[in-house]
Design a protein around this ligand. Sequence first.
Ligand code: PMP
Length: 432
Amino acid sequence: MHRDPNVKLDNATLMARRQAALPRGVGQAQPVFVDRASNAEVWDVEGRRFIDFAGGIAVLNTGHSHPKIVAAVQEQVARFSHTCFQVLAYEPYVELCERLNALAPGQFAKKSFLMTTGAEAVENAVKIARAYTKRSGIIAFGGSFHGRTMMTMALTGKVAPYKIGFGPFPAEVYHAKYPNALHGVSIDDSIASIEALFKYDIEAERVAAIILEPVQGEGGFYVAPPEFAQRLRALCDKHGILLIADEVQTGAGRTGTWLACERWGVAPDIITMAKSIGGGYPISAIIGRAEVMDAPAAGGLGGTYSGNAISCTAALAVLDVFEEEKLLARSLALGERLITGLKKIAAKHRAIGDVRGQGAMVAFELFEGGDFAKPAAELTKQIVAEAAKRGLILLSCGTFANVIRVLVPLTASDAVIDEGLAIIDACFAQLA
Ligand code: PMP
């Protein structure tokens, strides 16, 4: 270890060093520095234990340091770590693409390739859609989050804090309304907002793709109903537009199916994945219709680290763990347990206006006095801070910053889940 284990670290000193050495733009939800982690628990440098309901923002569906994934990675590190797949290839990359293809919905041939981050996956989905359709326009949705690179910032439908001061962004990106029954946007309203774009901003014949999250992640865990996806699919087919599902947050079993779009009854042309497919190792995937994926010329896709060998091996181990531990069924059961527990807390506190979820992608939304016109952003902040004090890591999200989301590992025990729920209950008893 490069660090002297006899030097005692503490969170306050590390925060001061961080503030002096790092720019403020790099956020930090809690003033906590991690020493080690296991499954759904984390210990900080001062020896305090936390229950982790954040999962590294949806990255740890298989938990921290799953022994099978650790073993696979250790074996791969000792063998080789990097050759650059485009220089010297390796089998784990190919096997991962084969397995991802087989797991994606749609009765058509599929191909996929690998990148490193979610934003890169979305960037590449756009590149491919443009290369295939020879069109330029992209329609995304208000409240969406697609990443922090220039194109993905343009696609992201939330200004603060993601876009402030960073423009101008790439052109030909338009935003429609995402359906959101709770906040008064019906499926009809949403489809009408796309028709309005065709009227006021860009002709349908110049639109390459419509991109959506099946459940908006950063936007607040709002679920797009299957009927909406079916109507989008019909609209896309009518105008020769590709449909892209950004499953960076929803994918890898979070919603109870491997991909959330499996519930749609129609298939997207391109799917982006990242986060939990790598079990903590950076990897993303772009999966799609074979003829669409083959549109870019040879050499048009890739990157130095893309589909890194260690990450590929980790992702294959993640897939094995999903099968062996039946994590899709676990995701559904966990979701039910969370929803039941949160609804019990909501019954005692009017501030919790909605408890919702798909599988284990669960959230609750806070309003002042239960008034849907008054999102309770301040209370949300206080609950998250108090939970951390009591040993539970929570994440907020939402266009109105009033949603608390749960992204706990699917491998977490019922006992740890119940312990987390009890902390949320105590926070509301104190603050709401
Ligand atoms: N798309 C979605 C739906 C996401 O939730 C995220 C990350 N929160 C991204 C894209 C960007 O992923 P990354 O941070 O790995 O670039």
